[in-house]
Design a protein around this ligand. Structure first.
Ligand code: NAD
Length: 553
């Protein structure tokens, strides 16, 4: 009956309100966030259980999903569910402060860790790709990446354009689940924006959710719109249907050099993500099925061409950076030897934030009532009156971000701040100032939770880019600290073979138990970022470590 109402494939919807369906808020929260990940307003393709990021799934298949739901409805506080690549495989004896769900997705022994081996296992029904927050049930729609993208564009503006992005054109590819945050982040930061996607449905989704202003199939029209807007200093965003390689080629021909150039096509997956140049969507779909080897070869070649154009535009003056999709690596494999001549966004703009334990802290209102999020926004503004940047963000988010699925919010908070925010949220629940509990989580893309040498840990000061002890320590700290569910994944962001990362979600249900768990988890989690970066030799991290008395002397 629950399945009939909330989980009849492919129509998924999280229950709202303050009535429990499961035995406790701990399991109810996991259940609601799992269903929220698959809500048509949130997920890119609920039919295939795909949430975002190419093929990032929330559960292995419909049968596994229904079994997970059934277990969560019955699970008590002395047991925890084990999920292996999206399939429930057992229930273990634990205790009330232990995580209720323990998730491991897409992990492979290093020698076998490549897309080919993974795809074979997937075909045999043995694995699924969990991306980062898809398989760990804390995706909150495009807003999840919005602030990170905004922070990146603002940091880029500060570094290269005296903090002013007006009269600047930003060009990018890919307007999918994550990439779709780019137009709104760019206009919020003041820039004029042109985004190219081969799939019109993806751009339409950004129009529907108010992330982009206009859409067209015509290159000429798009250029006319953006050049006029740029001239006037207008923060307009335009989505153009087409192949990003083709469009960059035309910009070069027409002598148009954007001030900022990046990309968020799903390049991390050369077969089921990136669409090779010259193929229509339908042709691509057919070729994926009939000849994956040919498809991959075409994809790598197209990425080499695409990056070749990016390098040319970089020579002509575009500030060019990789935006975390491993495009450079696959372009290199496709024959572009200089692919790594432009930097990734982490060393370029984000690492200083990681040194302070900052990262994409997020929360969702299980009540389903947007008012609850506004109450949390207000509480944070009062708690951090000196943080003008945060207040500015919260105001902008309130005005401009349309909620998808359960109302939620994201903001980058650091060491000390996350714990403070978590305790405030728990108090709001206890005092009945919000209508139901709040779940607090984050992306796996965080300061101390990921090893990803082409992205979050690119060019570490001490050369420790590929060391993945760190995300494992993060996972263990959050398991023992009492997160409500935890996850360890492989291949998120940059694809199989290129990353390992851990996730956590902790519930604020107003109880003392929650208060204890929050004070451990939301202390330890950002502290991992400080440990990791202090150990690698970053002065800022050492300073923050001193300030919070974290370092072993
Ligand atoms: P997605 O699969 O939802 O969207 C990718 C989009 O790229 C699709 O809309 C697709 O139509 C488009 N595309 C593919 N080939 C194209 C081509 N040749 N020309 C134009 N458009 C093309 O993926 P997503 O969730 O938006 O993620 C995008 C990428 O960014 C992924 O590789 C993901 O791993 C990475 N990512 C980056 C961050 C970050 O913080 N930087 C975070 C999460 C994900």
């Amino acid at each position: 009956e629950f399945i009939e109402k909330y989980a009849k494939h492919p129509h998924y919807k999280a229950p709202t309100g303050n009535k429990l369906h499961a035995k406790s808020w701990q399991t109810e929260s996991a259940l609601r966030m799992l269903l929220n990940n698959l809500d048509a307003e949130v997920a890119e393709n609920p039919e295939e259980l795909v949430v975002y990021g190419g093929t990032g799934q929330a559960a292995r298949n419909v049968e596994s999903l229904q079994k997970i739901i059934k277990v969560l409805l019955e699970l008590d506080d002395n047991h925890s569910l084990l999920v292996q690549s999206g399939k429930p495989v057992g229930v273990v004896r634990t205790h009330p402060q232990a995580p209720r769900v323990l998730i491991a997705n897409s992990n492979l022994v290093p020698e076998w860790a490549n897309w080919e081996h993974f795809e074979k296992l997937k075909e045999d029904g043995l694995m699924m790709y969990g991306q980062m927050t898809a398989g760990s049930w804390i995706y909150i729609g495009t807003q999840g990446i919005l602030q990170g993208t905004y922070e990146t564009f603002v940091a880029c503006g500060e570094k290269h354009f005296n903090g002013d992005l007006r009269h600047k054109l930003l060009v990018t590819g890919g307007l999918g689940g994550m990439g779709g945050a780019q137009p709104l982040a760019a206009t919020m930061a003041g820039a004029t924006f042109l985004g190219v996607d081969i799939d019109p449905a993806r751009i339409q989704k950004r129009i529907d959710t108010k992330y982009i202003d206009r859409m067209t199939y015509s290159y000429e029209e798009a250029i006319q719109w953006v050049m006029e807007a740029k001239e006037k200093g207008e923060a307009l965003s335009v989505g153009l249907v087409g192949d990003i390689g083709d469009v960059l080629g035309r910009l070069i021909e027409d002598n148009i050099t954007p001030e900022i150039l990046t990309d968020q096509t799903s390049a991390h997956d050369p077969v089921f993500g990136y669409v090779p140049n010259g193929l229509s969507l339908e042709e691509a779909e057919a070729l994926r099925k009939s000849d994956a080897v040919d498809y991959k070869a075409r994809s790598l070649k197209s990425m080499a061409r695409h990056v070749g154009y990016m390098l040319e535009l970089q020579k002509r003056g575009s500030i060019t950076f990789d935006y975390g999709n491993n495009l450079r690596e696959f372009a290199r494999q496709g024959g572009e030897e200089d692919a790594f001549n432009f930097p990734g966004f982490t060393p370029a703009y984000i690492r200083p934030l990681f040194c302070e334990g900052k990262g994409p802290f997020r929360w969702a209102a299980l009540s389903g009532d947007p008012e609850d999020i506004y109450v949390t926004d207000q509480a944070l503004k009062e708690a951090f009156p000196e943080n003008k940047h945060l207040i500015n963000w919260l105001d902008k988010a309130q005005e401009q971000v349309a909620f998808q699925g359960l109302p939620s919010r994201i903001c980058w908070l650091g060491m000390g701040e996350r714990e403070k925010a978590g305790k405030i949220f728990n108090d709001l629940v206890r005092e009945g100032k919000v209508k139901a509990p709040i779940v607090i989580g984050r992306d796996h893309l965080d300061c101390g939770s990921v090893a990803s040498p082409n992205r979050e840990t690119e060019s570490m000061l001490d050369g420790s880019d590929a060391v993945s002890d760190w995300p494992l320590l993060n996972l263990m700290s959050n398991a023992t600290g009492g997160a409500t569910w935890i996850s360890f994944h492989h291949g998120g962001g940059v694809g199989i073979g290129y990353s390992q990362h851990a996730g956590m979600v902790v519930l604020a249900d107003g109880t003392e138990r929650a208060e204890e768990c929050i004070s451990r988890v939301l202390h330890n989690d950002p502290a991992m970022g400080v440990f990791r970066h202090a150990d690698a030799g970053y002065d800022k991290a050492k300073e923050v470590g001193e300030e919070h008395d974290l370092l072993i002397k």
